[in-house]
Design a protein around this ligand. Structure first.
Ligand code: HEC
Length: 319
């Protein structure tokens, strides 16, 4: 009952097989089980200890049996043990892949020229190399047909697909990461869910000073186009987050509201624009114009560009 593989191969192999099986069968989401459930670390430690224990027991059984043998039998046993090749199958594979001639039989393939005592063996091409060569030929043919004749896809298409996939991933990410908004990235939210959440936040925190319809009280009127601290989603977000001017009563809400909540309530209160509240407070501040919106000149410019180009080419043509 002698095992063929040595213990220092057997223990790690068994250990990693059990480890792999455990990871496969224990459902631990996208984290490995060993991290998700610390108890499994203890389990694997026990496995390791048991494997070592089994080896130790086998070794001592072998030892005891060895002691019971007669001296002659002991010698035979030792001889058999030292002869045994532990990686016979590896050895066979190696031989098959190289087909190298053993040194004793090299005489059969030696060529008869002799350069200053250096002689050449007529070895066959090593099979591993030959097969690899066939594989590259096969690969080359498939590649040629697929990409140069059939025109499956090219790098440009591949690039576009990857960009499209990344775009989708970004959209997905933005949906789950709404809380990452800050004053630079905030945009008006239009989804009904966000707006009703904004309304709740407004009712709970803001109506005391701004009134439910935004008409104003302690705080200014939010329905007109006059803003003290600037209109538009970014300014409003900043006002809510950082508060108004000192001593005016509008506190900074960034400590009590999450970024997404501030974006929601900002989007909600921007809907007051242009409505007529019951008791409107007189306008305060200045009319706010969106610097991004006052670019109606831009389309004209782009329209002008082709005309100019045409002019240029006309000149070129004239020349
Ligand atoms: C204690 C009263 C009070 C509460 C509560 C309050 N505000 Fe204000 N709010 C004010 C005052 C006062 C100002 C004017 C600040 C200034 O003049 O600097 C103001 C200004 C603002 C402005 C800027 C208006 C402008 O013309 O620039 C916005 C936007 C605003 N508040 C939103 C909110 C939101 C959203 C909430 C609830 C989360 C809220 N406020 C809660 C008193 C309040």
């Amino acid at each position: 009952m002698m095992s063929r593989t040595p213990w220092w191969v057997r223990i790690p192999v068994l250990f990693f097989i059990i480890f792999g099986l455990m990871e496969y069968f224990v459902d631990s989401g996208d984290k490995p089980a060993i991290i998700e459930y610390p108890i499994t670390q203890f389990f694997m430690l026990m496995v390791l200890l048991i494997l070592i224990a089994i080896e130790v027991i086998l070794k001592s059984i072998e030892n005891v049996m060895f002691q019971t043998l007669s001296e002659e039998a002991q010698e035979r046993y030792l001889a058999a043990k030292s002869k045994k090749i532990e990686f016979k199958w590896l050895d066979t594979i190696y031989k098959r892949l190289t087909k190298s001639r053993s040194i004793e039989r090299e005489g059969e393939i030696i060529l008869d020229h002799n350069y200053d005592g250096i002689r050449e063996l007529d070895n066959v091409l090593p099979p591993w190399w030959v097969y690899l060569f066939y594989v590259t030929i096969f690969f080359g043919v498939v590649y040629l047909i697929r990409f140069h004749i059939a025109g499956d896809y090219d790098q440009e298409l591949e690039y576009e697909q990857e960009v499209a996939a990344a775009q989708i991933a970004i959209e997905e990410y933005k949906k789950t990461a709404k809380n990452l908004v800050d004053v630079n990235t905030v945009e008006v939210l239009t989804e009904a869910g966000d707006l009703s959440a904004g309304e709740k936040i407004f009712t709970a925190n803001c109506v005391v000073c701004h009134m439910a319809d935004g008409g104003g009280g302690i705080g200014p009127n939010l329905t007109d186009e006059y803003w003290i601290l600037g209109g538009g989603i970014k300014n409003v977000f900043r006002t809510i987050s950082e508060g108004g001017r000192d001593g005016k009563g509008m506190v900074a809400w960034k400590n009590s509201l999450k970024p997404v909540e501030m974006a929601q309530v900002a989007s909600y209160l921007l809907q007051f624009q242009g409505t007529t509240p019951a008791n409107p407070k007189a306008p305060e501040g200045e009319i706010w114009v969106d610097p991004d919106a006052d670019a109606p000149a831009a389309p004209e410019e782009t329209e002008g560009a082709p005309a100019e180009q045409a002019k240029d080419s006309a000149i070129v043509a004239m020349n």
